[in-house]
Design a protein around this ligand. Structure first.
Ligand code: AHR
Length: 686
């Protein structure tokens, strides 16, 4: 087992002054630290020695990934590019949520999609000057971009066989101009039977909060007279989605994910996997097949915090398991689905055994079947029941799923007892799948220890740890994984973020601690195989939880400083850990300097990450032991987190960006001064 040994030089070093007296060091017996004579100091301040000839553990390609949950309008209203809210009129208790109706509009429930039976009937208003129609407000408005094309589609029929024209408009309800509509087209509905109609509309302008208005008209675009039309699944998508998929994702948001080069993609949650009660848990089988027939589900983040309440927050299922697998493939990440273990959210049900499925094989079987069938859906041949569903959706090739998390953030005996049945069945049916269990919501303590113990006993392959913790916790956890037991399951740091006390929102001052903390993930890549920050996305008008990695409104997105921290690690993952020692003037970590190093066998480069969390510039000498001389110049990427309260926003997305430059090397390494609250990364070649 490799060990990262820190050495302590008791000597005062003139920090920031670039003048260092020479330092005599000696190992203090039994302490594991190196100490120096008083009055002497290191010639170069902190000495980071990278042992290039002692290749350490391989770094798993899954090491840095993303965790997606439909929280903060991350899916509907976010990543999922559908612009119409409540497109199937299934929201409850108000089936017209998100819609304004005018004239003669009636809700009916004998539609053609059995799992979404509601639709609207538009009929005569009784007077030619009274208009009948419907208008959708979108998610915090509908964001439209100038010259972009949008695909309007609707399932419709004319029950009496008399053709009608739908006048479909993009409107700005708040304008003072003569016309509210700024783009419009007509769609002729001429079939007595339900049929899908669609038309492309180009937007002549950029509007962040447009509405979609549909008038029932006659052939001359006048009020619809005595005509009748039925409308179902009213939809509007940008044509230009990620990779042009019809049921697609918002391009800028997927691009942000892609640019992180994530190694793993965990989905779909989070607490939504569990549901506040079992009836509202996430059920993947409801999210595959034709989108029109995927039943909606309430989103528990609608009401989890009554001080940030969103009655219109539902899951359309449009971003379902097929789309998640496809997205994983498209962004080059291993898919990591999370399924329900027969338990409703423990946070909301505490010790209520009755909230969960009775703990016996028969009652748990449908949940176990969900796991086994999911493997078939993802990997099975096209002749299998679920493989066929995948193939019919457009992906006959398997998705090559390798991991399955069973349970989200569970703890205690309720969980352990249920998990047993799942593990047994999965090992029998699919021994090739790696099973991920959980250690619950705590980063340490009794429940956490019990969780790990149970996961060891049940031989889980990985344990999903969660820690949303304050700065102090991060400060004290910079070596968290150095002493982890190497004989049991590996670690998946599945949800984590630095939540600064009194500042539970994004800011650079917290992100720098995440950067420093990640050195312990990296150094311990033999035991830590995956790590994902959480949550991922947040709509600026619809968030329930902060901080988040990527913020967006209807038109723009902003990558947080924490995003850039993640990106710097993920894009500079390397292939092997390099044992690294650091000679510092204070005990381990006390001066706020942290480092780790890896070898990138493909690029043939050494990557050294140095994080200065302190308030002072720290001189650093990096030496690559085993290399005589490195190339004259190294690549350097710097993330300046010194403006503590600053972060990027949709209005100012470039406030804090990583900067790339070249730096001159010296001998077998680099001598540098790392400014306060900076994350500096070097790529050095021989
Ligand atoms: O990421 C937000 C929530 O935090 C997740 O849904 C849950 O797993 C955790 O409690």
């Amino acid at each position: 087992m490799k060990k990262f040994i820190f050495m302590n030089i008791k000597t005062y070093v003139a920090l920031g002054a670039c003048v260092f007296a020479s330092c005599f060091v000696a190992v203090a017996a039994g302490s594991g630290f190196v100490v120096s004579d008083e009055g002497q100091s290191s010639p170069s301040g902190n000495v980071i020695t990278v042992q290039t000839n002692r290749l350490g553990a391989e770094i798993h390609p899954t090491m840095y990934g993303v965790f997606f949950e439909d929280i903060n309008y991350g899916a509907d209203g976010g990543l999922y590019a559908e612009l119409v809210k409540n497109r199937s009129f299934e929201f409850t208790p108000d089936h017209f949520m998100g819609w304004h109706m005018f004239g003669n509009v009636a809700l009916r429930n004998d539609g053609l999609f059995e799992r979404n039976p509601h639709y609207v009937r538009l009929g005569s208003s009784g007077h030619s000057d009274k208009w009948t129609g419907i208008q959708n407000e979108g998610f915090f408005g509908i964001g439209l971009k100038r010259d972009a094309e949008y695909r309007f589609s609707v399932w419709a029929r004319v029950p009496d066989g008399k053709p009608v024209n739908l006048l479909v408009q993009f409107i700005d309800q708040n304008t003072n101009e003569e016309h509210q509509e700024f783009a419009q087209t007509t769609v002729l509905i001429d079939s007595k039977e339900w049929k899908l109609y669609e038309v492309i509309i180009k937007s002549p302008r950029t509007v962040a909060k447009a509405n979609l208005r549909i008038f029932l008209t006659d052939e001359r675009r006048r009020s619809g007279g005595d005509s009748t039309v039925d409308l179902e699944h009213v939809s509007l998508f940008p044509v230009d989605t990620w990779m042009g998929e019809r049921n697609g994702m918002r391009k800028d948001l997927v691009q942000a994910l892609y640019d992180m080069r994530p190694g793993v993609f965990r989905f779909p949650g989070g607490c939504i996997v569990e549901g506040t009660d079992l009836a509202t848990r996430y059920q993947w089988k409801n999210t595959v097949g034709p989108v029109e027939n995927r039943p909606i589900n309430e989103n528990r983040w609608e009401y989890t915090f009554n001080y940030r309440f969103f009655p219109d927050y539902f899951q359309s299922g449009g971003l379902g398991f097929y789309e998640y697998f496809l997205l994983s493939e498209q962004i080059g990440a291993e898919p990591l689905p999370v399924l329900n273990v027969g338990m409703a959210c423990q946070y909301q049900n505490w010790d209520k055994e009755s909230a969960h499925v009775p703990c016996n094989e028969a009652d748990l079987q449908p949940f176990i079947d969900d796991c086994i069938d999911l493997v078939e859906f993802a990997n099975g041949g096209v002749e299998t029941e679920w493989g066929k569903v995948r193939a019919e959706m457009g992906h006959p090739e398997p998705f090559n799923m390798k991991y399955l998390a069973i349970g989200n953030e569970q703890w205690g005996e309720f969980y352990f007892e249920r998990l047993k049945f799942f593990v047994e069945a999965m090992r029998k049916a699919h021994p090739e799948i790696k099973i991920i269990g959980t250690s619950g919501p705590n980063s340490e303590g009794k429940d956490f220890d019990m969780g790990w113990q149970a996961m060891r006993e049940q031989k889980a392959d990985l344990v999903d740890e969660h820690f949303y913790r304050p700065v102090d916790w991060f400060k004290n956890s910079m070596y968290r994984y150095d002493d982890y037991d190497r004989s049991g399951p590996a670690v998946f740091a599945g949800e984590y973020a630095c939540h600064d006390k009194g500042k539970k929102w994004n800011h650079a001052g917290a992100s720098i601690y995440e950067a420093a903390f990640m050195t312990t993930l990296e150094r311990n890549a033999d035991i830590v195989h995956m790590a994902t920050y959480a949550p991922l996305f947040a709509h600026v008008e619809g968030w329930q939880w902060r901080p988040d990695l990527i913020w967006f409104d209807n038109l723009r997105c902003a990558k947080s400083v924490s995003y850039y921290v993640q990106q710097m690690y993920a894009c500079n993952r390397g292939t092997h850990v390099l044992p690294t020692t650091m000679l510092t003037p204070t005990p381990k970590g006390e001066d706020g300097l942290f480092a780790s190093a890896v070898w990138d066998a493909e690029a043939e480069e050494y990557i050294i990450k140095v994080i200065n969390t302190s308030d002072k510039t720290l001189p650093v000498k990096i030496q690559l032991e085993g290399v005589k001389k490195v190339a004259a110049k190294a690549r350097m990427i710097t993330l300046n987190c010194s403006d503590y309260d600053l972060d990027n926003s949709v209005d100012n997305p470039n406030a804090v960006l990583p900067c790339e430059s070249e730096v001159a090397t010296s001998g077998n390494g680099i001598e540098a001064k790392v400014p306060a609250k900076h994350f500096v990364l070097y790529r050095v070649s021989k």
